[in-house]
Design a protein around this ligand. Structure first.
Ligand code: WT7
Length: 634
């Protein structure tokens, strides 16, 4: 198991009385106990806070585990809950979305305006032939049209598949192919650190590889010249000005278990997994977790600094805040552009109440020193949050003391693409310990167990498992249900538990410490990458015969990628070749997948059955003993 992060702390931070007394859920222990006494009644109560066209007949169908079904027979639509229902209330006039571009552009949408834009684009999609159940791939920068496109798909019952704008053509093409999307929505480009990321060009190359795409809708963001293929490509703004783009669009009545989206994530083997979530359970789970953990209220201004292209953005930029009728802020660019005070300036300017980000961003900003945040009035903040990887206590304390002025709770949320929402995180009344995601969310029975499934004693590392179903759990892996069973439910098939894929330990107080992935997933700056994706990117270069990739701990980025390549005969190792290989990975897989170090080697440590022993490579890279190498064959 990966022991790169083993926090040892008995430090406690208690919320103030005011925080606890004003919280929507002021008593974690009582609420947790009540939920666990009967999870079906608990989740049914939560579901009743949302709109259903028709009520469900059964809260939870356990007849075919692990393919659980929630709110069986219920009719709903998440877009109805995120938009339609609000425009019938005073929230029609409330700010739904505030956006700032990296270049300083500003846009604001009331719930009414957002609803209209979504309706218009939903009608545009219909005019392109998109029907209920069809897949639409979305590949965009962080602009308002991204949530608009997602919500428009949901509205007409289409299934969106958002591909993060940091992925390149190969990754995009694979995902288009797997989902069989006939429509792709993209941008002419995206702004990042003052430069343009050529999204349309990458999209063109991906469509060339995956000819299943019939139409490409292009949002104009940068205004620079891009190739538009006649008959295939359309400008978003042109389509939105056609009479067909009526601002009224009927919301499709969906079955609770109808698919809402596919989101691809990395797993143990090469092909990315299309995690599938549905309308009914997902909306209940993400809205409850957001509202309760962050105590989100109407007067707040919520900022989740993730990208909508990852699950964090799906659940906590696009759907969660809008289901709750909250005001959500979204920023396009880099945190330190043009200066390291960019984030703090925006917190002050927009009166942000909640900042939710990844430890890597905190560590990155911490490095610029306290003077940058201290120049700004951050008193509008009332809660802070982190997600994506373990937060080291040093970064935790900086966040707490310098950004939170020693007063604000830090909500460390452990969860996954597969879980759709928080699994382990504090509610406002829970005492905090730096580096711990604290306790399971009400309705979640989490534990740390050994191979045989016995609960590990405090302080002992084991497998993190979830012992009961929850409404937001993944429903399947798109097109490959058996893979879901193998991946998550086979290790503890006897007990029927969900295995998260992380090592963890609990302390004497039942607090969870997540240690890291047990599989071949590497978390780089909080982004989830599979060794296989980077390796196949490398071997697609003509010079590379074989490649092995590992994650090595890094102070700011959590982990960085080291790659070991064996060259094909006829190629010589050189600095220049290494640079070319890096460029190749950037082009094929994306900038986040670029190894920070590539070593040309003549052999790789393998087991006798031919499996690469990444553990040995990692030990070598870190100058540690190689451990048991009895099965090693170079
Ligand atoms: C993996 C899931 C959760 C949305 C973004 C990431 C790691 C996530 C934490 C945390 C320690 C964390 C785990 C998990 N992780 N949150 N608070 N503390 N580790 O979703 O890309 O599906 O990655 O991220 O290793 O398994 P994801």
């Amino acid at each position: 198991m990966d022991e790169s992060f083993v926090p040892a702390t008995t430090e406690w931070y208690y919320p103030s009385d005011a925080v606890v007394h004003n919280a929507l859920v002021p008593d974690y222990e009582a609420t947790y106990a009540e939920a666990m006494a009967d999870i079906e009644t608990f989740w049914a109560q939560r579901a009743k806070t949302l709109h259903w066209f028709e009520p469900w007949q059964q809260v939870l169908d356990r007849s075919n585990p692990p393919f659980y079904q929630w709110f069986v027979g219920g009719k709903t639509n998440i877009a109805y809950n995120a938009l339609d229902r609000h425009i019938k209330t005073w929230r029609k006039n409330k700010v739904a979305l505030i956006w700032e571009g990296e270049n300083g552009d500003k846009r604001t949408f009331s719930y009414w305006r957002l609803w209209q834009e979504v309706n218009k684009f939903a009608n545009v999609l219909k005019s392109l032939g998109v029907k209920k159940g069809d897949r639409v791939t979305i590949y965009m920068g962080r602009v308002p049209e991204l949530p608009i496109a997602m919500l428009a798909c949901a509205k007409i019952g289409a299934i969106h598949s958002v591909v993060y704008g940091g992925f390149s053509e190969h990754a995009l093409a694979d995902r288009i192919e797997d989902a069989q999307s006939r429509v792709l929505v993209t941008c002419d480009g995206a702004w990042l650190r003052g430069n343009i990321v050529e999204l349309k060009q990458i999209a063109d190359e991906a469509v060339h590889r995956s000819p299943v795409v019939e139409h490409v809708v292009v949002v104009r963001r940068t205004g620079h010249e891009v190739n538009m293929q006649h008959g295939r490509d359309f400008w978003y703004h042109d389509l939105m000005n056609l009479p067909i783009a009526s601002p009224v669009c009927e919301t499709e009545v969906m079955d609770a278990e109808d698919p809402l989206f596919i989101l691809y994530t990395s797993g143990t083997t090469g092909k990315p997994k299309g995690i599938l979530h549905t309308h009914g359970g997902y909306q209940v789970y993400i809205s409850t977790t957001l509202e309760w953990a962050f105590d989100l209220k109407d007067e707040d201004r919520w900022w989740c600094a993730a990208d909508p292209g990852w699950i964090t953005g799906h659940s906590y930029i696009v759907y969660g805040p809008h289901i709750l009728g909250a005001t959500s802020f979204m920023y396009e660019g880099a945190p330190n552009y043009p200066y390291p005070n960019r984030w703090w300036k925006m917190v002050e300017e927009y009166g942000i109440s909640h900042l939710y980000t990844a430890p890597t961003a905190i560590r990155g900003l911490m490095r610029f020193g306290d003077a940058w945040p201290n120049r700004h009035n951050l008193s509008s903040l009332r809660m802070l949050g982190t997600v994506g990887e373990p937060i080291n206590p040093e970064a935790w304390r900086w966040y707490y003391n310098v950004i939170g002025k020693g007063k604000l709770p830090i909500i460390d949320t452990f969860w996954q693409t597969e879980s759709s929402g928080f699994l382990i995180c504090p509610l406002p009344s829970v005492g905090l310990k730096p580096g711990s995601a604290t306790r399971p969310f009400p309705g979640i029975e989490a534990d740390v167990v050994d191979e045989a499934g016995n609960s590990c004693p405090p302080g002992t590392e084991g497998y993190l498992v979830i012992k009961n179903p929850w409404p937001g759990m993944l429903r399947t892996i798109y097109g490959d249900p058996q893979r879901m069973v193998n991946q998550y439910f086979s290790q503890f098939s006897h007990q029927g538990w969900y295995m998260a894929g992380d090592a963890a330990r609990k302390d004497e107080d039942g607090y969870f410490y997540i240690i890291g992935r047990l599989d071949e997933v590497i978390k780089v700056s909080g982004y989830r990458l599979g060794t296989a994706e980077v390796e196949s990117g490398l071997v697609s270069h003509p010079a590379v015969a074989e490649a092995a990739v590992i994650g090595v701990p890094d102070e700011v980025r959590g982990n960085v990628i080291y790659a070991y390549c064996i060259l094909r005969s006829g190629f010589q190792p050189s600095e220049e070749l290494v640079d070319k290989l890096k460029e190749h990975v950037r082009h094929e897989v994306g900038p986040i997948a670029v190894p920070s170090r590539i070593e040309i080697v003549t052999s790789l440590p393998k087991t006798k059955s031919g499996k690469i022993m990444r553990r040995v490579l990692k030990a070598r890279a870190m100058g540690q003993p190689e451990g048991d190498t009895s099965t090693l064959e170079e």
